[in-house]
Design a protein around this ligand. Structure first.
Ligand SMILES: [Zn+2]
Length: 284
């Protein structure tokens, strides 16, 4: 019994224990108006040491609620608000050519939030990378670079190149946060190539296939890639459905497990400092 307790304590001691920045968080209406009111989601962040979040929601009301509430500040959570492109489910497959989305984004940017201006656009999805060339996709990438807004995009590796090509700098000066770093599992060598090509490209690691192997530790090729680009990856919950809120504790615990497998300074960068640094947040 004593031996078991000792080994459990030893395993826990190896986990990363510092602050977390959740760089891919949704607070959608079915959560906010259903089982996860503001107090509930803030409690989940608080007990997991999540001190900063990129917040976006369908529609944007959830983000305004999080960003504008005294409860959020009391919970010690800093909100970095992003404009979501979706008013409803239909918008997922149409936003890249729908001018009314562009108008909505501009009015949200003008409005801002209770914790300051919007800092980014997204998450948006491109299920067919060819739609990266849609007229609204082009305009939004240009707007992002001009206004120094970050972009959170759920896209494949081909669409990274296509979107980057729409900016004046050809992707050299725009902060693109690549949701899941390719949910389809772009090969590590291809991710490496894109990281080298675009200096401000950041990989977000939720749902990333092939990231973790035995006992929830990093797979060797991913460990090498994270160590090669220690300033370029962030973590996120991707609470796109209520089930992800239900398992928020387990998601964050899983990150702490593999973060603990990295040198302490690298773990802290991935867990907190890389995302915080994108938006000038101070260390909690
Ligand atoms: Zn998402």
């Amino acid at each position: 019994m004593a031996a078991l307790a000792l080994s459990a304590a030893w395993a826990l001691a190896a986990d990363y224990t510092g602050p977390l920045f959740d760089a891919h968080l949704h607070y959608n209406e079915e959560a906010a108006q259903g089982p996860h009111p503001l107090g509930d989601v803030l409690a989940r962040m608080q007990r997991n040491g999540v001190r900063g979040i990129i917040a976006n929601s369908r529609p944007n009301d959830g983000t305004h609620a999080l960003a504008g509430s005294a409860q959020t500040r009391a919970a010690g959570v800093t909100v970095v608000p992003f404009v979501r492109l979706y008013r409803n489910r239909e918008d997922y497959g149409n936003w890249f050519r729908d001018e009314s989305i562009y108008t909505m984004v501009q009015s949200e940017l003008a409005r801002g939030t209770g914790s300051g201006p919007f800092r980014g656009i997204g998450e948006f999805h491109l299920y067919d990378s060819a739609n990266a060339d849609g007229p609204v996709a082009r305009k939004l990438m240009q707007l992002a670079e001009e206004r120094q807004l970050a972009v959170l995009a759920h896209i494949d590796d081909k669409a990274v190149d296509l979107l980057m090509a729409h900016t004046a700098s050809r992707g050299q000066r725009v902060r693109l946060i690549w949701a899941h770093t390719g949910i389809g599992g772009a090969p590590v060598a291809r991710v490496d190539e894109l990281m080298a090509r675009y200096p401000l490209l950041v990989g977000e690691l939720s749902y990333r296939p092939g990231l973790t192997c035995e006992s929830g530790k990093l797979c060797p090729d991913w460990r090498r890639l994270l160590l090669k680009y220690p300033d370029r990856f962030v973590i996120g919950s991707d609470t796109w459905i209520n089930q992800r809120w239900q398992y928020y504790d387990q998601l964050m615990a899983a990150y702490r497990t593999w973060l603990g497998d990295l040198p302490a300074d690298v773990a802290r960068k991935l867990a907190w400092a890389n995302a915080a640094g994108l938006f000038g947040l101070q260390q909690p």
